[in-house]
Write a protein that binds this ligand. Structure first.
Ligand SMILES: [Zn+2]
Length: 50
């Protein structure tokens, strides 16, 4: 389902943000790396298809 935008603070992760809580890519972000908001990044491709 759709959730508030979030992204990873890890510089090695793709520069995208997520807005789906079941995104396969977003779910790989550990909780300590999750930052709320888009970070100015485009929407992740997986999230965009949902
Ligand atoms: Zn995503």
């Amino acid at each position: 389902m759709k959730v508030a935008a979030f992204h990873s603070s890890n510089p090695t992760d793709p520069d995208v943000h997520h807005n789906q809580n079941d995104c396969v890519s977003g779910r790989q972000i550990p909780s300590w790396n999750i930052v709320q908001g888009t970070g100015g990044y485009p929407l992740c491709g997986h999230c965009a298809k949902r």
